[in-house]
Write a protein that binds this ligand. Sequence first.
Ligand SMILES: Nc1ncnc2c1ncn2[C@@H]1O[C@H](COP(=O)(O)OP(=O)(O)OP(=O)(O)O)[C@@H](O)[C@H]1O
Ligand SMILES: [Mg+2]
Length: 409
Amino acid sequence: MGANTVFRPTAIQKKALSLLKSGAKHILLFGGSRSGKTTVLVMAIIYRALRFAGSRHLICRYRAKDARSSVLRETLLPWLDNTVGKNGYNYLAHESMVTLFNNSEIWIGGLGDREQADKILGHEYNTIYFNEISQLSYAAVTTAYSRLAMRVPGCKNLFIYDCNPGSPLHWAYKIFVLKKTFLSGEPLEKPELYASMMLNPEDNKANLPEDYISDILDVLPEKQKARFRDGLWVKAEGVIYDRFDETMVVKVCDLPEKFDRYAAGQDFGLNITFVKIGWLGDVIYVLCDYGAFNMTTKSFNAELEGRLWLNCADGLGVPVYCDPAGGERIQEITGGMKANNSVESGIDFINAKIERRQFFVCEKCTGVLSEIWDYCRDEAGEIVKVNDHFMDALRYAIFSDVQQGVILA
Ligand SMILES: Nc1ncnc2c1ncn2[C@@H]1O[C@H](COP(=O)(O)OP(=O)(O)OP(=O)(O)O)[C@@H](O)[C@H]1O
Ligand SMILES: [Mg+2]
């Protein structure tokens, strides 16, 4: 895009803009790469900021640095130059915030870092835009929900989202495409408040290099092509637990009544997660999970106690294997002890269980299920450290146990 380019939405971007006026409260644009999702949503935020003087808008993604490079520098600032001009706004780099001449504000930040999250969630907004939600946990997104509380006459507050599609087990697929409540799986109470639309690179041909689709996307491996060219929700390339399939998801009523023993895993951090398993012979059942965002360890433990998840049927406690980097937090968890953190051996063990079909996940475990098909390695074979919070807790639960020699695998 050159200087002084006027924003001319593509046909599909026009449709996306009308979707924002449709009455839906949550709007997701998903689809292939470079299809114009971020541009149209950033433009929508600029329009809203201009139209409603004194309004405040938030653009967030997982990592603040990605928000600054791909959204702020590549999209927001260039389009602000083209719409209000350099004199019409002020970018305060240390605040990660833009103020417009009419006193509206656009904030940019990452939800993956505690200090950043506290800062950006310390305000109220008229629009919250979650960029690339395939990397954001459901807990992080819903924690931000309460901040959509700014009141500006005439401005209808909105949540907007975009992503390249993740796996069909991802929370966004369940809510926006299947129109089901993420945690219970019940149909959404007000489905009309959730709208989504697919945008693909083909729709944005006019703004892409001529050979982008033919020479880059068309030659991708099948699964990547499905995601990045065709905008489909499929399992990723390089999925670590690739052999896990839907027949290993069990209904609550089909779980065994008794287990030989139980164990749990606990991960700390801004995304704090817990996973409980039961062993029956050689078979592992993942029984329940819970995750929260920006919650103290104490409150988290109280929540687990309240759910009675830390006791076995016989009244004995459950060992909770905790992230060994958790330090003093480990003592705040009832039954907490250091987990074994051999990542590769832990993964190999779980994969062997999956291959032997000795691994089942209860349908209630929305955290584990929403991550299991997105937990993957990059091209260099390194584990991609996003959206892996339940995966870590799961591994602590399973593998620490095994390593202590309790289970002879
Ligand atoms: N209406 C438009 N006018 C001019 N350029 C546009 C328009 N829409 C998108 N573009 C350009 O097309 C390219 C891709 O757009 P954008 O970054 O919005 O896509 P995206 O779907 O968010 O991509 P990704 O999946 O990589 O996040 C960018 O270079 C952007 O500047
Ligand atoms: Mg984008």
